[in-house]
Ligand binder design. Sequence first.
Ligand code: IPE
Ligand code: IPE
Ligand code: MG
Length: 247
Amino acid sequence: MFFNRKKKKAEIDMTRLPVHIGVIMDGNGRWAKKRGLPRSAGHQAGADTLKKIVTECNKMGIKYITVYAFSTENWKRPQAEVDFLMNLLMSYLLDAERTLAGENVRIRAIGSRTELSSEMQEQIKKTEAFTSKNDGIVMNIALNYGSREELVRATQNLAEKVKNGEISVEDISADAISSELYTGGQPDPDLIIRTSNEQRLSNFMMWQASYSELYYTETLWPDFSISDLYDAILEYQKRDRRYGGVK
Ligand code: IPE
Ligand code: IPE
Ligand code: MG
């Protein structure tokens, strides 16, 4: 198994890695159900997978990874599941200060913070500050994130700037909108991976994904391995990115 993994890694063209990878970590609940476990066990296992994948992406030299951890729609889940996810994310952030920070990972949260508990908001600030000097991979944790909310917020910010006379209506360009997003200043994702074979964006980076290569796999997120990551990158490297032009 490890021999195969090594072989796969050797096939990757390290000069053409995706700069930014987006991950829609899906299938935790189904993973648990298959094992007769509560959904929470799937989320717990998914958190371990995440650490492993971020570590490997950082080692490979990927510059950005954005992981979808909790969507603006996930509040619809039973309160107990929402509470479990929030606690898990809290401990993930805490643990990241100890482990991922040591690996030079820079952690940021993207999404709307006002709906999060004050403890969570504090922890986000602490983890961001703690890792802000790190210059390894930038890890965006999408937490209470939704593209529509992000675009509404960007639109409101731009409207406010026009109202204050800081910019004119003509200054509202694609670049201006991009820089108002939570990912402002970062390159768009080159590759978006979604696990568990659901083939949709579910409100993830709709603006930024305009020219992302989408990769779907049947593997459930807790089972997603480093070898699966290599498969996704290898598949990405086979894609012909034309951006509407001809070659
Ligand atoms: C992804 O797994 C994690 C979150 C959305 C927080 P799910 O919880 O959506 O798992 P499935 O899709 O029900 O299997
Ligand atoms: C998307 O997964 C959100 C996250 C992975 C955090 P969902 O499981 O919530 O998406 P749908 O409901 O299948 O579209
Ligand atoms: Mg799901």
